[in-house]
Design a protein around this ligand. Structure first.
Ligand SMILES: *Cc1c(COP(=O)(O)O)cnc(C)c1O
Length: 355
């Protein structure tokens, strides 16, 4: 069935949904995708007619530049359903702006705002059944852009594909993680592209993370590439430290990704009278605070898990366990943010976006 719903967007629906085959009680994160996807090609210096088509494999020339030079950027966002069945996004303008910021750094073209929002809205309406109500259930949304131009010549491409794919996600209790403070490898450097959500930033951290896992840690906290003396962020999350009742987090820079969850937590904390010190955080002061008991919590902040508590960290061969907190900031902020996302709390900052 082919029908055009607007002048700019072509919709080609599946003849039959595969939703009946999905076990929503036992979802493996990121493995199952909805019936449709959004695609838009960039050719001859212009974005072509955007389309929504059945989810399925892409056909690409093996010389497409994304395979050779990693010219690829992405976003991660979620859609939530409230008890009335209304669907919401959380600060999607931030994701839209960020994917273009990432694209610019990788010499890729800007994507038009109206295509992005019309595509997203139409896709979420078509696949709305895939967003299950219930606190913690969501639809993980992955917009991404890849260089499709056929040619192994080492320069920026002039053909690209923008896609949005969606995967149902469940609230999961990831457990508390142990993290290793990295002393040798670096995720990003001054003048690099650590601030971009670029595929290559991930590729480069799998190996050090594998080594950390062999030592019994699930994730790495990256330190600055120059001195390895300052805490930066985890691989997919920004990081907060609670010393007594103050929160510390590193300022964003060209090495650190400007997370939507991070900036939302800072705003919420300040509104609630909790001091947030945004400043370079020395590894030595965190070690000192762990030793004298003033380090109460460490947690990661990112769209996928919202807030992830850390139970221990390793540094220079030592292992530091954090004491369990009653009324942790981590659980408080996780609930406060999710209450806004699921339309259960007042949206004082205008963060919810109704689909
Ligand atoms: C996506 C990401 C985050 C978290 O950003 P959110 O907008 O909160 O999801 C943090 N660090 C890195 C490196 C990331 O890629």
């Amino acid at each position: 069935m082919k029908n055009t719903i607007s002048q700019t967007l072509e919709v080609n629906k599946v003849s039959e949904s595969k939703i009946g085959q999905v076990d929503f009680e036992n979802l493996n994160f990121g493995k199952i995708f909805t019936d449709h996807m959004f695609v838009c090609d960039y050719i001859n210096g212009e974005w072509q007619t955007p389309k929504i088509i059945p989810y399925g494999p892409l056909s690409m020339d093996p010389s497409a530049r994304v395979f050779h030079y990693g010219q690829a950027v992405f976003e991660g966002m979620k859609a939530y359903k409230d008890d009335n069945g209304d669907t919401f996004l959380f600060r999607p303008d931030e994701n839209y702006n960020r994917i273009n910021k990432s694209a610019e750094r990788l010499a890729m073209p800007e994507f038009p705002e109206d295509y992005f929002f019309e595509g997203l809205n139409t896709l979420l309406k078509l696949d709305n059944e895939w967003i299950k109500p219930g606190f913690g259930n969501s639809l993980y949304i992955r917009p991404f852009v890849i260089a499709t131009q056929a040619s192994v010549s080492a320069s920026e491409a002039d053909e690209y594909k923008f896609l949005i794919i969606c995967s149902p996600a469940q609230s999961y209790y990831s457990g508390e993680v142990s993290v290793l403070v990295e002393e040798r490898y670096s995720r990003s450097a001054n003048g690099g592209f650590g601030y971009a959500k670029a595929a290559g930033n991930y590729a480069g951290q799998f190996y050090p993370t594998k080594l950390a896992k062999e030592k019994g840690y699930q994730q790495i906290i990256w330190t600055d590439a120059d001195t390895h003396q300052y805490m930066e962020e985890a691989g997919t999350m920004n990081v907060f430290f609670r010393i007594n009742d103050t929160l510390l987090t590193a300022p964003v820079s060209d090495r650190i990704l400007d997370g939507v969850t991070r900036k939302s937590l800072i705003t919420l904390a300040e509104k609630q009278g909790i001091t947030v010190d945004v400043r370079p955080v020395k590894v030595s002061e965190i070690v000192e605070a762990a030793k004298n008991g003033s380090l109460k919590e460490i947690f990661g902040a990112g769209t996928a898990a919202v807030v992830s508590p850390v139970k221990a960290f390793g540094y220079q061969g030592e292992h530091y366990e954090l004491a369990k907190q009653e009324n942790s900031y981590a659980s408080h902020f996780k609930k406060a943010l999710m209450d806004i996302q699921y339309n259960k709390a007042e949206d004082a900052f205008g963060w919810r976006y109704k689909v």
